[in-house]
Design a protein around this ligand. Structure first.
Ligand SMILES: O=C(O)c1ccccc1NCC(=O)[C@H](O)[C@H](O)COP(=O)(O)O
Length: 211
């Protein structure tokens, strides 16, 4: 079975970004959302982007961005993926992909089995569905998990990933229970909101890669 892909999200310093790359992360996430403790201006995100080698993909996170912000993010940061965390519609995502050729991921808050049925609306519009806990304080990055057993028998024509409250201690169980092809963490590798911990990043990658 191929090993689970790993995304470390909400990186905001050169040291922690480099630690994620060194630990073998497949994706690194840069948050552009002013209310977040992990927010980066597009200039800061562009600077960090230059430290990422080609085998690691750069994901920029946005929440209901204006067309001008989205265009600027693509121009400045040149991400491989844009992860949408707001109320973006399937039509908007499909248009984004065909206009730009950049991958579009859609985060979906999972409350119950209905949430997975709702996600089906994005099957032809998104490159990947990221199942996360429902939004609480922030649209994402709250460190809370949902009932993973909802994904136990999940089959999807669209690639998908698991996020929400994943830590070095629980990620292996999460992978075993859900069969997630990709796992994503932010709060679980921090020492305080927005402060990434290089040892936790290494431990998370190791636990996910050996699950
Ligand atoms: O991290 C943020 O502050 C954030 C702000 C606005 C939208 C999304 C945000 N983060 C998303 C993620 O970091 C992850 O994709 C995911 O939600 C996992 O977060 P966590 O539960 O903290 O591991």
């Amino acid at each position: 079975m191929p090993s689970t892909l790993v995304k470390i999200c909400g990186l905001s310093t050169a040291e922690t970004l480099t630690a994620a790359v060194r630990a073998g992360a497949d994706y690194v996430g840069l948050v552009h959302f002013e209310k977040s403790p992990r927010h980066l201006s597009l200039t800061e995100a562009a600077r960090l982007r230059q430290l990422v080698p080609p085998q690691v993909k750069v994901v920029v996170l946005v929440v209901n961005p204006s067309p001008a912000t989205l265009a600027e993010a693509l121009r400045e940061v040149r991400p491989d993926v844009v992860q949408f965390h707001g109320q973006e519609t399937p039509e908007a995502l499909a248009r984004f992909r065909s206009d730009t050729g950049v991958e579009a991921w859609r985060a979906m808050g999972v409350r119950d089995a209905e949430s997975l049925a709702e996600a089906a609306r994005f099957h032809r519009a998104a490159d990947l569905l990221l199942f996360d806990a429902p939004a609480s304080g922030l649209p994402g990055g709250n460190g809370t998990r949902f009932d993973w057993s909802l994904l136990g028998a999940y089959k999807s024509p669209t690639p998908w990933g698991l996020a929400g409250g994943l830590t070095p201690a629980n990620v292996a169980d999460a992978i075993r229970l859900t069969g997630a092809p990709l796992v994503d963490t932010s709060s679980g590798v921090e020492s305080a909101p927005g402060v990434k911990d290089v040892d936790k990043i290494a431990a998370f990658c190791k636990a996910a890669q050996s699950a």
